[in-house]
Write a protein that binds this ligand. Structure first.
Ligand code: TYD
Length: 207
């Protein structure tokens, strides 16, 4: 029986974990196999989102934790309704670089906002759209940080303690959602990581 909608795969992990490279490799691999794909990201995939991204990553004055959270959620609401849902309805495999788990990990575990409240707000922002599969690229915070360039954005320049909390948060999310979230060891070569990715995605798609 043919599925009525495509697949929704999200890529999560710390800044510098290598998920964007893996998403690009996966897109090429899937396209070669004849799948219709859409690569997208948060924050900043829509026109509205690009404006929010500029503030989120580069605004220089203080930003309250709640204002930051709502901007990520506003970006997600626009992105889900305008881009992700239509692509899934068009039977595409949507590969999304960050989604709801980023808000739980960064604003929840990182900044300390209540996780249950974030879950509720994520539900509202996405109208309940969840990923079919989330790949969590896990690597020690020191390694991830050392992969980043010298010019860091607003989030990347938070201290090591923040990044460690984010990493722990992601691992907790994976523990709580074992069927949706798969941990990929990102402390390996690009090829090794990608072979793990292909295995997990192959299982989802039955290929
Ligand atoms: P980006 O340059 O896209 O980073 P990356 O390539 O690592 O994804 O910047 C996105 C930043 O925003 C990143 O530091 C994580 C952060 N973020 C949140 O804090 N909450 C969120 O809900 C999302 C989507 C991202």
């Amino acid at each position: 029986m043919e599925r009525k909608r495509g697949y929704f795969i999200t890529f999560e992990g710390a800044d510098g974990c290598g998920k964007t490279t893996q998403a690009e490799l996966l897109e090429k691999w899937l396209s070669k196999k004849g799948y219709k794909t859409l690569m997208t990201l948060e924050p900043g995939a829509t026109d509205l989102g690009k404006n929010l991204r500029q503030i989120l990553l580069h605004y220089e004055k203080p930003v309250s934790d709640e204002a930051e959270m709502f901007m990520y959620l506003a970006d997600r609401a626009q992105h889900t309704q305008m881009v992700i849902k239509p692509a899934l309805e068009d039977n595409k495999i949507v590969l999304c670089d960050r989604y709801t788990d980023s808000t739980v990990a960064y604003q929840g575990y990182g900044r300390g906002t209540d996780i249950e409240q974030i879950n509720t707000l994520n539900e509202i922002a996405t109208k309940g759209l969840k990923s079919d599969l989330t790949l969590l690229f896990d690597v020690e915070s020191e390694v991830a940080q050392s992969r980043l360039g010298k010019t860091k954005d607003r989030l990347e320049s938070q201290g090591m303690e923040f990044h460690k909390k984010v990493r722990e948060g992601y691992i907790d999310i994976a523990r709580k959602n074992p069927s949706r979230v798969k941990i990929v060891n990102a402390n390996a070569t690009i090829e090794e990581v990608f072979s793990n990715v292909k295995e997990i995605v192959g299982e989802l798609l039955n290929i």
